[in-house]
Design a protein around this ligand. Structure first.
Ligand SMILES: C[S@@+](CC[C@H](N)C(=O)[O-])C[C@H]1O[C@@H](n2cnc3c(N)ncnc32)[C@H](O)[C@@H]1O
Length: 288
């Protein structure tokens, strides 16, 4: 199966996972109203606040329906571009830690990518870290999709709820990152203050093991992410940049039922069709 076919399959499977949740008419009304709010919050991110209110279950539900599939699609695209570098094929046990995991779009992408590899890997352990409780959304948009891997023992998912900028969060990072082959921070840095994202970046780099990889990806134009990451990539004393790329990607249209029921093209409910994404894969230089 080509990368494109894999991504399209993933796109369809994720949408199917929340179809029943969207189906009841009452849910549709609530989702539409909340999605309009979420979009307004995203639009004002650079001005009044840094993050949509993911503390609200309504915002998390709306995110799952309108953004989770797109983020999985883009993550898969990025993973396909760094297949050689990820060293997944050579490890019996592979550990991925995700900071700012949400509904874990990137883990769905990772598994979709991993199953197309010839590999000696027998077990993937995933640590999901987020300040909010995404249990309800993961029950719909994550676990049913990976159930076979969980049941066979190939996959283990461990969830942690903590603020990565707090002292508990820092402790957790110091515990999880050294054991990780890959650390992903997907769409997290745009939601942090400058002080917090600089400290977090340094902390993760310091905690990475000699072969550990850090994959940062986010929306290029939000919260000055592009200049921030560009600046970080120049800290050659601290990091070895393996790749840095701007990716402009179209995503497929949502299925007809979702267009009819929620993303109907009216104000605030236009399906997202294009993402401007920047990603960087790096290692810590203090080990080199
Ligand atoms: C845009 S969502 C990304 C979710 C998922 N990774 C994706 O790409 O679809 C950003 C996530 O970062 C989390 N987040 C924001 N600030 C955080 C912090 N200080 N500590 C931990 N998680 C945080 C939010 O709760 C939210 O789930």
């Amino acid at each position: 199966m080509s990368g494109e076919e894999s991504r399209n399959r993933l796109w369809n499977e994720i949408h199917e996972s929340f179809r029943e949740f969207v189906l009841p008419e009452d849910n549709q009304k609530i989702l539409k109203a909340n999605l309009r709010v979420l979009r307004t919050e995203y639009r004002s991110m650079n001005n009044s606040s840094l993050s949509p209110r993911f503390s609200s279950k309504d915002m998390r539900d709306a995110y799952m329906v309108a953004y989770h599939p797109g983020h999985a699609y883009l993550s898969h695209n990025v993973l396909c571009r760094i297949s050689e570098e990820l060293a997944y094929q050579e490890q019996k046990n592979y550990t991925v830690t995700v900071l700012g995991a949400g509904c874990a779009a990137e883990i769905l992408a990772f598994l979709q990518w991993a199953i197309t590899r010839e590999s000696v890997c027998e077990k993937v352990t995933v640590n999901l870290v987020d300040v909010q409780d995404w249990t309800a959304q993961r029950k719909i948009g994550l676990f049913p999709l990976v159930n076979d891997y969980l049941e066979s023992g190939f996959l283990e998912i461990i969830s942690f709820q903590t603020d990565v900028c707090s002292s508990n969060g820092r402790e957790l990072i110091n515990q999880l990152v050294p054991q990780s082959n890959l650390v992903i921070t997907p769409a997290l840095f745009t939601e942090l203050t400058d002080d917090c994202r600089n400290k977090l970046f340094d902390l993760v780099l310091k905690a990475l093991n000699p072969t550990g990889l850090l994959l940062i990806m986010d929306q290029s134009e939000v919260s000055e992410f592009r200049p921030w990451i560009e600046n970080k990539s120049k800290h050659v004393g601290k990091i070895a940049v393996i790749a840095l790329e701007d990716l402009v990607r179209r995503v497929p249209g949502p299925p007809i039922w979702l267009r009819e029921q929620v993303l109907d093209g009216t104000d605030g409910l236009i399906p997202r069709s294009k993402y401007k994404w920047t990603w960087m894969l790096c290692m810590a230089r203090h080990h080199l």
